[in-house]
Design a protein around this ligand. Structure first.
Ligand SMILES: NC(=O)C1=CN([C@@H]2O[C@H](COP(=O)(O)OP(=O)(O)OC[C@H]3O[C@@H](n4cnc5c(N)ncnc54)[C@H](OP(=O)(O)O)[C@@H]3O)[C@@H](O)[C@H]2O)C=CC1
Ligand SMILES: O=C(O)[C@@H]1CCC=N1
Length: 251
């Protein structure tokens, strides 16, 4: 397949790396220049072109710009009716993308995570897309949303990722400062948090509740820290923050 990227940034670069060995031809936009050059230097099947050059060379075009710049960029570009477009961007609906890329078809909105570069990423998709299943399903989990509202709820919920990472970083720094071995501290906490969550089959219900139950030794370290965090309002703040993400003005 001939795949184009407009907006060769953090997430688009990870997407390319994730499927670059699958026999496709990639044309990536010259912005970001360093990222585009790095991809072209690393892979024989990646070429750099102008935005219009990307479109002209591709069957499928991924949009990896930031949502706020996309309308101004896309209005000056010409798509073909035989093309399909996938948006990686937050902030523009499928209908808005469709208007901006006509006469090409807006195939799907797609939210991957940077570890798609290695596989194993959940990928939020709306609507269900045979194209995304074919391109990414072999090494990632494509989760298709039934409607735009569900997509937007999942989009808010995925924001949990970086606060969780921040907590791990704070605890890792705390541990490393005490032991004098920050690298070992980070390795331990990555294994601790990451290993358990996917150890059970993904279709098994109630895994998190069971794990919390298993970590509830009365007066144990886990029980005490969990209660402390609850008393400090962390879980209430999380719900309030998720609700806030869903309000149009973010208030
Ligand atoms: N980061 C992530 O993990 C994820 C991000 N997203 C979403 O994807 C979108 C991009 O995010 P991210 O990759 O982090 O952002 P980046 O800033 O890393 O990437 C945006 C890219 O767009 C390029 N760009 C800017 N203007 C133009 C233009 N006129 N023509 C072509 N390209 C242009 C930028 O180039 P330059 O550097 O030269 O300005 C940059 O390479 C956002 O909407 C984000 O919400 C979705 C899933 C995950
Ligand atoms: O959270 C965001 O705004 C986007 C989607 C995933 C990463 N960045």
């Amino acid at each position: 397949m001939r795949i184009g990227i407009i907006g060769t940034g953090t997430i688009a670069s990870a997407v390319v790396r994730g499927i670059v060995a699958d026999g496709h031809e990639f044309t990536v936009s010259e912005r970001n220049a360093d990222t585009a050059a790095a991809l072209a230097a690393a892979f024989d099947n990646v070429t750099v072109a102008s935005n219009q050059g990307v479109i002209d060379a591709s069957d499928v075009v991924f949009l990896g710009m930031r949502g706020n710049v996309a309308p101004g960029v896309l209005k000056d570009l010409t798509f073909r009716a035989d093309q399909r477009v996938v948006s990686l961007m937050v902030g523009l609906s499928l209908e808005e993308i469709a208007d901006l890329v006509a006469p090409a078809s807006a195939d799907a909105l797609m939210i991957p995570f940077t570890f798609i570069a290695h596989g194993g990423s959940p990928i939020l998709a709306f609507p269900e897309s045979a194209l995304l299943d074919a391109l990414f399903g072999h090494s990632n989990t494509v989760i298709a949303m039934p409607d735009a509202a569900a997509f937007n709820h999942y989009l808010a919920a995925q924001a949990l990722l970086s606060p969780v990472l921040k907590e791990i970083q704070v605890a890792s720094d705390w541990l490393g400062a005490r032991t004098g071995d920050p690298a070992a501290a980070e390795t331990f906490l990555r294994l601790l948090i990451g290993g358990g969550l996917t150890a059970d089959p993904l279709d098994m219900p109630g895994v998190i509740a069971r794990m919390i139950g298993e970590l509830s030794t009365p007066s144990g370290y886990n029980a005490r820290l969990r209660e402390h965090m609850g008393e400090a309002g962390v879980y209430d703040a999380l719900i309030a923050g998720l609700d806030r993400l869903e309000r149009p003005d973010g208030s």
